[in-house]
Design a protein around this ligand. Structure first.
Ligand SMILES: CC(C)(COP(=O)(O)OP(=O)(O)OC[C@H]1O[C@@H](n2cnc3c(N)ncnc32)[C@H](O)[C@@H]1OP(=O)(O)O)[C@@H](O)C(=O)NCCC(=O)NCCS
Length: 158
C-alpha cells in the first residue's frame, strides 16, 4: 500500500494499492465521464491490460477508505525518470479531492525512489481538469511533447 496520509474533501483516507484477485473487477470498471473519453480510455480495463502486457507499466487501485474509486499506473523510463499514467477517477467520484490526493501520493512515492528521481506525466493541453490538477501540485511543462500531449515534470520546492 502506498499511503501519504492524505484525505479527500469528505475526509476519506486515499491510498494506492496493488491490483489483486479481490479488487481487479472494481478497478476494471472504473470509468470517466462520457465527455472525458476523448482524453482517456472508456474503462480502466484498457490500462489493466496494458500493464499486464508490458514490462513498463504497473497499475494501482485508488482507494477512498475501503472503496475502489480510481486507477493510476506508474512506470520507469530508460533515463530513470518515473512516469505517472492512466489516471482516471470514476465519474461518480470526481470533484471530491480524490484525484489530487492520489497524484500527490504517487508523485511523492516515485520521487523518493533511488535517492530522488524526476517524476513526469503528460496531458493534452485542452484537458483543463488534468492541467489544473497537475500544475497546482507542482508539475511544470518541460517543452517536450508525447504525441499531442504536453510533458510535465514535478518541480519540488516550487
Ligand atoms: C483529472 C481527474 C483525475 C481529477 O480527479 P478529481 O478527483 O476529479 O480531482 P479533484 O477533486 O482532486 O480536484 C483536483 C483539482 O483538479 C482540477 N479539477 C477537477 N475537476 C475539474 C473541473 N471539472 N474543471 C476544472 N478543474 C477541475 C482543479 O484544479 C481541482 O482543484 P481543487 O481541488 O482546488 O478544486 C478526473 O477529472 C478524471 O479522472 N478525469 C478523466 C481522466 C483524465 O483526464 N485523466 C488525466 C489524463 S492526463
Amino acid at each position: 500500500m502506498i499511503d501519504a496520509a492524505l484525505r479527500d474533501r469528505a475526509g476519506r483516507h486515499v491510498t494506492l494499492r496493488p491490483v489483486d484477485d479481490g479488487n481487479w473487477r472494481a478497478v476494471a470498471d472504473v470509468a470517466p465521464r462520457d465527455d472525458q473519453r476523448v482524453w482517456v480510455a472508456a474503462l480502466a480495463a484498457r490500462y489493466l491490460l496494458l500493464s499486464m502486457r508490458s514490462d513498463v507499466w504497473t497499475s494501482l487501485a485508488v482507494y477512498a477508505d475501503e472503496a475502489v474509486v480510481g486507477h493510476v499506473m506508474w512506470g520507469v523510463d530508460d533515463d530513470g525518470s518515473r512516469w505517472i499514467g492512466g489516471m482516471v477517477i470514476d465519474a461518480a467520484e470526481q470533484d471530491r479531492g480524490v484525484g489530487r490526493a492520489a497524484v500527490r501520493t504517487l508523485a511523492e512515492w516515485l520521487g523518493g525512489q533511488d535517492g530522488g528521481c524526476p517524476v513526469r506525466l503528460s496531458y493534452h493541453p485542452a484537458n483543463v481538469s488534468a492541467a489544473r490538477l497537475y500544475t497546482s501540485i507542482g508539475f511544470v511543462p518541460t517543452g517536450a511533447r508525447e504525441d499531442d500531449e504536453l510533458v510535465a515534470e514535478l518541480r519540488t520546492g516550487s
